[in-house]
Write a protein that binds this ligand. Structure first.
Ligand code: ME8
Length: 523
């Protein structure tokens, strides 16, 4: 494990617009970030994980107006649902930030002043297209033709012609350093998004409008009280606010620049062009990496109110189980690409891999140990151990899965893990310990204890995905909470000490029950 990076790790999600309740895309990003955070903690890194809600801007102001209430009332209610969702999905954030917090206003004004001090802000008049839904300015050349000759943004959202006095940021000045940054290996993944951004910058950057005067729901521009900051200026600054910026806090020293901004593919431009440019201007280090994940589709379709297919992620978790949903999302979709989900797919995947394979392996092994060996484990005779199987399992758990997770290739890492589970099940089937009970009880003991050891590796490795279920299994195996890190996988004397401690395997309760397809979904 000598080459493992143990430096502090700061991971953030996008902060979500609380103009409505959370949808499955929000859950997907939160879960993915949580898997990464847990994975890095298990590798021994000090992790700081931030998420939250992005509460300013015209989109929030208009939504509140439609509902006849203040933006703050809307934000307070909806932000609460996002926090509840995170808690319900076992998303282990350290900080849930809300951009209405006074500290955040202070941080946003501080970065603004630093950009101003750099000579990068000037007052002018904005005249052009704006999409409220994307909270983004677009160039005429980027627009598409909608129905009836209307204009649409590249994300298919309506745009409106906007004319107002505005502060501008000298984005054009940063063209060269941005290109260099975008070409830095590892800065932006996956590669397809990188190429898109490079092409955008190479096409020429225009200065960016960064304040609005036609509404006041936002962070006030210092010294220009009739202006509020463009919502993305304050939103992006959340990543610094959470560390105590502009104060020189220990958190700033330890965790900035961020290790990873995890975001969806639609907001890569903001994170890899605008944000680094703001930081360069403010003379702050730029984030080390940005990953733009794909979109999650409902049976191949984008969820929308008009299609009536919007899914409440909490209802999904309640129906299928939090850990099953987490496992499914990371297993089913190649991370970085778009993916699809459906009730059938969740049930099929859970039953095939978690219930019938891993769960069944644990349940039958522990039951046999409890019943046939009175739950007592013994030292191995080294000549009898099935070392081949154990080294195969150890390799999958301690090397292959972590190597793939380190590259955010979750489905590939899980594939290595599930193959190890299959190998164990095949071993149990071939060895048939139930038959050995009469013919060769010593051999039966070796087989069951071998699987017991394999289960420990498999349960430790899979913790980032199914934290509660893995913990329940590790409890049943008697693996102490201080012995569950990835480094513990290399502690090959653990079993001997465990035996000597006199641990007795109790009759297990099933942890990975099979799911039934809900009646409404069954054909
Ligand atoms: O963009 N599948 O907020 P947001 C997967 N406030 N991910 C999805 C998705 C889907 N169907 N739909 C959205 C914002 N996302 C800004 C961010 S950050 C300083 C400000 C992702 O609520 C989306 O790509 O519209 C983004 O990363 C996150 O959900 C929040 O989207």
């Amino acid at each position: 494990m000598a080459d493992i990076d143990t430096s502090p790790f700061y991971i953030t999600t996008a902060i979500n617009y609380p103009n409505g309740r959370p949808h499955i895309g929000h859950a997907y990003e939160g879960i993915a970030a949580d898997v990464i955070a847990r994975f890095q903690r298990l590798r021994g890194r000090t992790v700081r994980f931030q998420t939250g809600t992005d509460e300013h801007g015209l989109k929030m102001a208009r939504k509140a107006e439609e509902q006849g209430r203040t933006p703050r009332e809307l934000a307070d209610e909806m932000s609460g649902y996002f926090r509840e969702m995170d808690e319900a999905l076992s998303i282990s954030f350290d900080r849930f930030i809300r951009t209405v917090e006074p500290d955040h206003h202070r941080a946003s004004q501080a970065i603004w002043e630093q950009m101003e001090a750099a000579g990068d802000l000037y007052l002018d008049r904005y005249e052009g297209w704006y999409s409220v839904r994307d909270e983004a300015y677009y160039d005429e050349s980027e627009l598409k033709e909608g129905e009836g000759g209307t204009k649409l943004s590249p994300q298919d959202t309506p745009v409106e012609w906007t004319v107002e006095e505005s502060w501008f940021f000298r984005l054009s000045k940063y063209q060269e350093p941005l290109l260099e940054l975008l070409k830095t290996p590892g800065f932006l993944e996956p590669a397809s998004r990188r190429n898109e951004m490079i092409a955008f910058v190479e096409g020429g950057l225009r200065d960016l409008s960064v304040s609005r005067t036609s509404f006041d729901w936002g962070v006030k521009v210092p010294g220009s009280e009739n202006h509020v900051m463009y919502v993305w200026v304050d939103a992006l600054t959340n990543y610094l606010t959470g560390l105590g910026f502009p104060d020189e806090t220990p958190e700033m020293a330890e965790f900035w620049p961020a290790s990873l901004h995890l975001i969806g593919k639609d907001i890569v431009r903001f994170h890899t062009i605008y944000w680094p440019a703001f930081l360069m201007s403010a003379k702050l280090p730029v984030p080390k990496a940005v990953f733009g994940h794909g979109f999650l589709l409902n049976r191949g379709q984008k969820e929308s109110k008009s299609l009536g297919n919007v899914t409440d992620p909490l209802a999904l978790a309640e129906q299928f189980g939090v850990d099953n949903l987490r496992y499914f999302l990371m297993r089913e979709v190649a991370f970085g690409q778009d993916g699809s989900y459906s009730a059938e797919a969740i049930v099929t995947r859970t039953n095939a891999e978690l219930a019938n394979s891993f769960g069944n392996l644990a349940q039958r092994t522990l039951s046999m140990i409890a019943k046939n060996l009175d739950g007592t484990l013994e030292r191995f005779d080294p000549a009898q151990v099935d070392a081949d199987l154990l080294s195969q399992i150890h390799k999958a758990c301690a090397q292959e899965l972590p190597a793939e997770f380190g590259k955010y290739a979750f489905s590939v890492g899980i594939e290595a893990w599930i193959k190890a589970v299959y190998a164990c099940n095949q071993y149990v089937d071939e060895q048939a310990p139930w038959a050995l009970k009469k013919t060769d009880p010593e051999r039966m003991r070796v087989v069951l204890q071998t699987i017991f050891m394999a289960l420990r590796d498999l349960a430790i490795a899979i913790q980032p995905l199914v934290p509660e279920k893995a913990a329940a299994l590790l409890d049943q195996l008697g693996v102490g909470e201080d012995a569950r890190s990835y480094a513990d996988l290399d502690d090959r004397d653990w079993f001997t000490r465990h035996v000597e401690s006199g641990f007795v395997v109790a009759k297990p309760t099933p942890i990975f029950p099979r799911l039934d397809l809900p009646e409404s979904e069954a054909a």
